[in-house]
Design a protein around this ligand. Structure first.
Ligand code: ATP
Ligand code: FE
Ligand code: MG
Length: 335
């Protein structure tokens, strides 16, 4: 198959051309990071407007780089949800218009399925597998018995990991985007300020990060009241250690229970080097292989949407012209 994929769920306008769900022929990402940095976060209205401005150019660039024409395409894939509705609609309208004009099948893809299938652009996925999805809006452990089947093993009950990173970054007066900056600050620490770990009930694979975020805020507040200067790198490191400890321990335990062949790390927080290293160590004795996408495929991109769309196409899952943006879309098996 040859699939043109479009992704506009948040603040990245992206288009890619993917062959057989494995090979990247082109992967173009236009980021709006700078436009949102001055607001300290993504402003939905600004995001939609940016998408409209660059959508056409990004698609053209992807098609040119891949050296393909529309008549070569098997299908056009686009992120259906979840995400910002205004942002999603820009990509969806572009995909629908192109699919209609050229008579090409349309495939609506779940954004998180995309993050998981990003790993397929690195190596073939080995089932059964466990995906640890850690992004700005999601923190989930997903079991895949086979291609196209998703079963949620555990999920966050409050904040997503990336969200917690971004909120802690704000509390530490670090610039947007928070995640990478918290990681950078933590690297400067000599020690870590020990913070609580939310293990929840025995045996639970769920997560919770809002208590940890509050612990960071409380520490800053209490120190300020006492006139103590907080060791900020040590606080950042303490936060990160708590997050990574819980993520890796729960993932390693799920690997034993579900007897998986492979663990794939997915989502924007997968760009975190400390997490990548800790997960590698935690899984070393489990016998499960670990797959981590390169940084460019961790954060939002359209290549991952094309990879997931290939599997959907193989299973006969296509969309019609009623395809619409679905901000709260849940991940459903397509097999
Ligand atoms: P979702 O995929 O759930 O819809 P999203 O698309 O906004 O959410 P991504 O783009 O996948 O999320 O990831 C962005 C998140 O990843 C942000 O919260 C950002 O702070 C976080 N992040 C990026 N790099 C790092 C890093 N090195 N360490 C920690 N967090 C990081
Ligand atoms: Fe994402
Ligand atoms: Mg993003």
């Amino acid at each position: 198959t040859l699939i043109l994929a479009i992704e506009t769920s948040c603040d990245e306008t992206a288009a890619a051309v993917i062959r057989d769900g494995r090979e990247i022929c082109a992967n173009v990402v236009a980021t709006q990071m700078e436009s949102h940095a001055r607001f300290g976060g993504v402003v939905p209205e600004v995001a939609s407007r940016h998408h409209v401005e660059v959508m056409t150019r990004v698609v053209e660039e992807a098609m040119e780089k891949a050296k393909v024409t529309f008549s070569d395409l098997t299908a056009i894939a686009v992120t259906e949800g979840p995400g910002l509705v205004g942002a999603l609609l820009v990509g969806i309208h572009a995909a629908k218009a192109l699919a209609f004009a050229h008579g090409i099948p349309l495939i609506g893809v779940h954004h998180i399925a995309g993050h998981i299938y990003a790993n397929q652009l690195v190596e073939p996925l080995a089932y059964p597998l466990l995906a640890l999805v850690v992004s700005g809006g999601h923190t989930e452990l997903i079991y895949m018995k086979k291609d196209g089947q998703f079963e949620t093993v555990g999920e966050t009950r409050d904040d997503a990991v990336g969200e917690a990173y971004d909120k802690v970054a704000r509390a530490l007066s670090l610039p947007y985007p928070g995640g990478p900056n918290v990681e950078k600050l933590a690297k400067e620490a000599d020690t870590a300020i020990k913070l609580p770990r939310a293990w929840l009930e025995a045996g639970s694979y769920d997560f919770s990060f809002s208590g940890l975020k509050s612990a960071v805020l409380n520490r800053l507040h209490n120190d300020r009241q006492k006139g103590i200067e907080t060791d900020l790198p040590a606080l950042a490191r303490g936060f990160q250690e708590s997050v990574i400890d819980v993520l890796t321990v729960k993932t390693a335990r799920a690997v034993q229970t579900y007897e998986v062949k492979q663990v794939v790390l997915a989502g924007g927080v997968a760009a975190n080097h400390t997490l990548r290293k800790a997960l590698k160590t935690a899984l070393a004795d489990t016998g499960a292989a670990l797959s981590i996408p390169p940084l460019s495929l961790c954060t939002d991109n359209a290549a991952m949407i094309g990879a997931a769309a290939h599997s959907m196409w193989v299973h006969g899952c296509t969309s019609d012209m009623a395809l619409n943006g679905r901000p709260g879309l849940s991940l459903r098996s397509f097999e």
